[in-house]
Design a binder for this molecule. Structure first.
Ligand code: B12
Length: 217
């Protein structure tokens, strides 16, 4: 099987919610020594994106969404240790506290960003999903982090990104941490409007953006 066939099988495994197949393909990619960033970006992510479209078109319902999301997580659980090994070899570029904002349980995109940052030399403290604003702040202080990365997938919870930046400003901490925002409803304009330091539309772009901010520190 060539690499392109493998990638499209990965995409299909997520769309079809075939967990066993997704896990087998993830292991296969590791065994073949494929570039795991590409495997995630071009194999698995297009699958969950397609699931999003099918849900929007009313062809998929919540059970299918959940099954596909679980497949995605299962594949990432296999790839994650390998990505971490790459990180151990790399010199740490800084510490990132990351989470999905309060009221929001979507964590697939956040997990991808966390994995990619970890794989690219950052120390990552993942707070999970539905994270209280104050916890982002206290953890960032406790961990002496350089960056706070905040994901939001709902137009309602996205508003909390603004509140978090305002809280940091009120507490005189806005210059201590660089704040990156992301998630499907966010964009560059939004980041600027709320006074965040950065935005990225996907996990690889997030790595580039955080690296750029880390140089400017
Ligand atoms: C999978 C999914 C779910 C799964 C989540 C499983 C999980 N563990 O994450 C389940 C089924 C649980 C779910 C639940 C719900 N969902 Co939902 N879900 C989706 C879906 C289909 C895909 C999201 C996803 O994983 N995308 C794939 C990842 C890879 O992309 P991503 O998250 O955008 O992340 C990338 C970038 O945004 C960026 N990024 C992400 N975070 C960050 C952070 C930083 C700092 C940076 C720099 C970058 C960055 O990098 C990532 C990787 O490339 C979207 C549809 C869509 N088009 O987005 C709806 C969607 C987000 N859900 C939606 C809704 C309404 C809900 C529910 C309220 C449904 C309900 N009625 O119960 C609940 C939410 C409950 C809650 N309180 O959170 C709506 C939101 C609508 C809106 N405008 O607010 C969407 C858009 C679907 C729709 N069109 O109606 N959902």
């Amino acid at each position: 099987m060539d690499a392109d066939t493998l990638l499209s099988k990965m995409t299909r495994s997520i769309i079809e919610g075939d967990r066993e197949q997704a896990e087998t393909l993830a292991r296969d990619a590791i065994a073949r020594g494929l570039d795991l960033d590409a495997v995630i970006e071009r194999g698995f992510i297009p699958g969950i994106q397609r699931v999003g479209v099918l849900w929007e078109q009313g062809e998929y319902f919540l059970p299918e969404l959940i099954t596909s999301a679980e497949c995605m997580k299962a594949a990432m659980n296999i790839l994650q240790p390998e990505l971490e090994k790459a990180n151990i070899r790399a010199h740490s570029l800084g510490k990132v506290v990351i989470g999905t904002i309060e009221g929001d349980i979507h964590d697939i995109g956040k997990n991808l960003v966390a994995s990619m940052l970890g794989a690219n030399g950052f120390q990552v403290v993942d707070l999970g999903a539905d994270v209280k604003l104050d916890l982002f702040i206290s953890k960032a202080q406790e961990e002496n982090a350089d960056f706070i990365c905040v994901s939001a997938l709902l137009t309602t919870t996205m508003m909390q990104q603004r509140t978090l930046v305002a809280k940091l400003r009120d507490q005189g901490l806005i210059d201590r941490f660089k704040v990156m925002v992301g998630g499907a409803p966010a964009n560059r304009q939004w980041a600027e409007d709320i006074g965040a330091h950065g935005y990225a539309e996907n996990a690889m772009a997030a790595v580039q953006a955080v690296k750029k901010l880390s140089v400017s520190r």
